[in-house]
Design a protein. Structure first.
Length: 322
């Protein structure tokens, strides 16, 4: 742990966990502190562990943001403090009051990227507390700042919330990006600068969003028979049954004039799935396109398709026939 990071990690004016200069910590410990306690010093320590200086790390974050598809954002540092708050780590090209900025739409895109690409992160953010080893014979228990986890004060009946991140600054106000599972669907909500006294206004506002979701209409779309099976190459049979054969779409009005399309996984060839196929193996995606319902980046809704049966690899003559 560098002296510059330790100075921030031990400052009670920030979200401090008390890491010590010269002490070593595991990545998991720092991740717990960053995601559960929102510890600023732990987050900066993870950025330093990348081996880059702060300016280089900012460039990497900017490149990743573009890859994810973020459009309206400003990156000043890896943690979200103002540049002046970084003490010995502040960058001279920014004013002291410069800080990160992002639209709610981009926060949602970033959150979706995280939970899809690193689903194990939810095992960290779902913890109600985490132990953090400070130094020899000194361990602290950090309580999760997320008050919407199951059993907590702002938990939403029928929704299992397991993340994701709180945030607060003078400019951004109390903010919170949540994620949870409702009726089998992964949901992401974003609240920035929640109105009201105290940091709990963000949780109350998030709960209102989930309650609004409960009031939305669910429409079932039954897949046509031609989508019930997909062609298989080199298998003991020429097609494989797929599931689901019905998908649900949320909205505040009927879904009309929609189109359905199947996109096979990379191992598919010429519109066919390549044998062998395991039962319950993901073989592709179903896209539902409609003017009435789109994803946050204006792409079709996507549902995973799985095989309902096993298809072994065929013998030479079967493969030749296929």
């Amino acid at each position: 742990m560098s002296a510059d990071v330790a100075a921030i990690a031990s400052d009670p004016a920030y979200s401090a966990i008390g890491v010590q200069e010269g002490q070593s910590y595991t990545v998991r410990e720092l991740l717990n502190a960053a995601m559960v306690k929102s510890a600023d010093g732990a987050t900066l320590a993870l950025a330093e562990a990348d081996g880059s200086n702060l300016e280089e790390f900012n460039l990497k974050m900017d490149q990743k943001a573009k890859e994810i598809g973020l459009k309206n954002y400003t990156i000043v540092n890896p943690v979200g403090l103002t540049n002046g708050d970084l003490k010995g780590l502040k960058l001279e090209q920014y004013a002291n009051n410069a800080e990160n900025a992002m639209t709610a739409n981009d926060v949602a895109l970033l959150a979706r990227y995280l939970v899809q690409t690193y689903p194990d992160l939810l095992q960290v953010t779902a913890q109600k507390d985490a132990d953090f080893y400070i130094a020899k014979d000194k361990t602290v228990k950090a309580d999760n700042l997320n008050k919407m986890l199951p059993g907590e004060q702002y938990a939403v009946p029928g929704v299992k919330i397991d993340g994701l991140k709180t945030g607060t600054s003078a400019a951004a106000g109390p903010s919170f990006v949540s994620t949870g599972v409702y009726r089998g669907h992964r949901v992401i909500t974003v609240v920035l600068h929640a109105n009201g006294d105290g940091g709990d206004a963000r949780f109350a506002a998030t709960r209102q969003l989930y309650n609004q979701l409960k009031g939305m209409k669910t429409e079932q779309i039954t897949l046509p028979r031609w989508l019930h099976r997909q062609w298989v190459a080199n298998g003991t049979q020429r097609s494989v049954a797929i599931r689901p054969q019905q998908v649900s779409v949320w909205g505040d009005k009927d879904i009309k004039n929609y189109s359905l399309a199947v996109r096979l996984n990379r191992h598919g060839q010429n519109g066919k799935v390549l044998a062998p196929v395991r039962a319950d193996e993901k073989i592709g995606e179903l896209e539902v396109a409609s003017h009435g319902v789109k994803t946050i980046d204006n792409e079709p809704l996507t549902y995973s398709l799985y095989s309902s049966e096993q298809v072994p690899l065929g013998n030479f003559w079967q493969r030749l026939w296929h």
